[in-house]
Design a protein around this ligand. Structure first.
Ligand SMILES: NC(=O)c1ccc[n+]([C@@H]2O[C@H](COP(=O)([O-])OP(=O)(O)OC[C@H]3O[C@@H](n4cnc5c(N)ncnc54)[C@H](OP(=O)(O)O)[C@@H]3O)[C@@H](O)[C@H]2O)c1
Length: 335
C-alpha cells in the first residue's frame, strides 16, 4: 500500500502523519507533497525521515493507492487529474468537490457505503463542523426523523490552518506586551474577541461555512433536513464546539437521547451537570470522538431537543475522518 499526503506541512497534513501512525494504518510507503514553501522539508514517520516533494503536473502518483489531499480547494481542483490518473483514490479535505453529484461525501459513522461509488476516483471529506454534527445527529435520526436543526458553532482558530493558530498565540502575546496587534488570517483581532463570520458571505446573508452545513448535511444523511447555522470564530486553539437544537417528527425524551448518544458510533456521552461535567474544547483537543453533553428538552418547541458537542476538528473533522474512510475501503477489499 502506497499512500500520499498532499499538503503535508499544514495543520491537517501534520495530523495525517500522527493519525496514520497512531492507528497503525497498513502502509508500506508514504510520500509527501507540498508547494515550493515546504518542498525539501523532512518529516519523520515511523522513525524514517521523508522529504516533501514538490507537487507538479507529472507522473508522481503512479503506483499510489490512496492520496489524502489537504492543500486547499484550488490545489485539489488543479491536481485532481494528476492524482487520480493512475488509479489512486483521492480522499480530499477541501471543499472543491463536496457537492458534485459524482463525488461521494462521506462520514463513515453515517454513510460509509457511499465511498464505494466514486466514478472519478475522488471521495470528499465534509466540512469539519458538519462532520462532528452529523455524527451526533445520526444517533437522534435513529430514534425519529430530524426535520430541522438550528446550530451555533464556536470554531477554534486552527480551523483556518497552522498559520492562524500561530497568529492567535502572537495576538495574545502582543496584547499583553502592549504591542500593536497584527491581523492577517482573520478579518479582525481574534484574541479577546469573537468573530461572527467564517468564510465569505453569500447572497442570502449566510456565510459559505453556514451554507456548507445546510447542503452537506442533506447529502451525507440522504435527508431533507433543513439546517440553519450561525458560525462563529472563537479564540480557542483547537476543537470546535456546537450548540445544537433539533426538531424531530416525534418528541424525544432526554433519557432516550442520552441512551442513543451513549451507544452512538464515534460518540462519547459527557453529561453530568451535577458534577460540572460537559465537553470543553481545551480538554478534548487531540481526542478521536465527538463528545456530547448539556442534553435538554427544548423549552420553546415540544418536538425539540438541545445539546452541546465538542470535537477536534483537525482530527475527526479532517484527518481522522479521511483515514477512517480509507480503513473502511481496505476492510471492504475496495482498494
Ligand atoms: N484546519 C482544519 O481544521 C481543517 C479542517 C477540515 C478541512 N480543512 C481543509 O484542509 C485543507 C488544508 O487546511 P490546513 O488547515 O491544513 O491549512 P494550512 O495549515 O494552511 O496548510 C496548507 C497546506 O497546503 C499546502 N499547499 C498550499 N498550496 C499548495 C500547492 N500549490 N501545492 C502543494 N501544496 C500546497 C501547504 O504546503 P506549503 O507549506 O508547502 O505551502 C500546506 O501544507 C483546506 O482545504 C482546509 O479547508 C482544514
Amino acid at each position: 500500500m502506497k499512500v500520499a499526503i498532499v499538503g503535508a506541512s499544514g495543520a491537517v497534513g501534520q495530523e495525517f502523519l500522527r493519525v496514520l501512525d497512531e492507528r497503525n494504518f497498513p502502509l508500506d510507503e508514504l510520500v509527501l507533497f507540498g508547494s515550493p514553501r515546504s518542498a525539501g522539508t523532512k518529516y519523520t514517520f515511523r522513525g524514517k525521515d521523508i522529504e516533501v516533494k514538490l507537487l507538479q503536473h507529472n507522473d508522481d502518483f503512479r503506483g499510489v493507492d490512496i492520496a489524502f489531499t489537504s492543500a486547499g480547494a484550488g490545489t485539489s481542483k488543479e491536481y485532481a487529474e494528476d492524482i487520480t490518473r493512475f488509479g489512486a483514490v483521492m480522499i480530499d479535505n477541501s471543499s472543491a468537490f463536496r457537492m458534485d453529484d459524482d463525488v461521494p461525501l462521506v462520514v463513515p459513522e453515517v454513510n460509509a457505503a457511499d465511498a464505494k461509488q466514486r466514478p472519478r476516483g475522488i471521495i470528499a471529506n465534509p466540512n469539519c463542523t458538519t462532520i462532528q454534527m452529523v455524527v451526533a445527529l445520526k444517533a437522534i435520526e435513529g430514534l425519529s426523523h430530524i426535520r430541522r436543526v438550528h446550530v451555533s458553532t464556536y470554531q477554534a482558530a486552527s480551523g483556518a490552518g497552522a498559520a492562524a493558530m500561530q497568529e492567535l498565540y502572537e495576538q495574545y502575546r502582543q496584547v499583553l506586551a502592549g504591542e500593536p496587534v497584527k491581523v492577517e488570517k482573520f478579518a479582525y483581532q481574534l484574541a479577546f474577541n469573537l468573530i461572527p463570520q467564517i468564510d465569505v458571505f453569500t447572497d442570502n446573508g449566510y456565510t459559505k461555512e453556514e451554507m456548507k452545513m445546510f447542503n452537506e448535511t442533506r447529502k451525507i444523511m440522504h435527508s431533507d433536513v433543513r439546517v440553519s447555522a450561525t458560525c462563529v470564530r472563537v479564540p480557542a486553539l483547537r476543537s470546535h464546539s456546537e450548540s445544537i437544537w433539533v426538531e424531530t417528527e416525534r418528541p424525544i425524551s432526554v433519557e432516550e437521547a442520552r441512551e442513543a448518544f451513549a451507544r452512538g458510533e464515534g460518540l462519547v456521552l459527557m453529561d453530568n451537570p451535577a458534577e460540572k461535567e460537559y465537553p470543553m474544547p481545551l480538554f478534548l483537543a487531540g481526542k478521536d470522538p465527538v463528545y456530547v453533553g448539556r442534553i435538554r428538552r427544548d423549552l420553546a418547541n415540544d418536538n425539540g431537543l438541545t445539546f452541546w458537542i465538542v470535537g477536534d476538528q483537525i482530527k475527526k473533522g479532517a484527518a481522522l475522518n479521511a483515514v477512517q474512510i480509507a480503513e473502511y475501503l481496505v476492510r471492504e477489499g475496495d482498494i
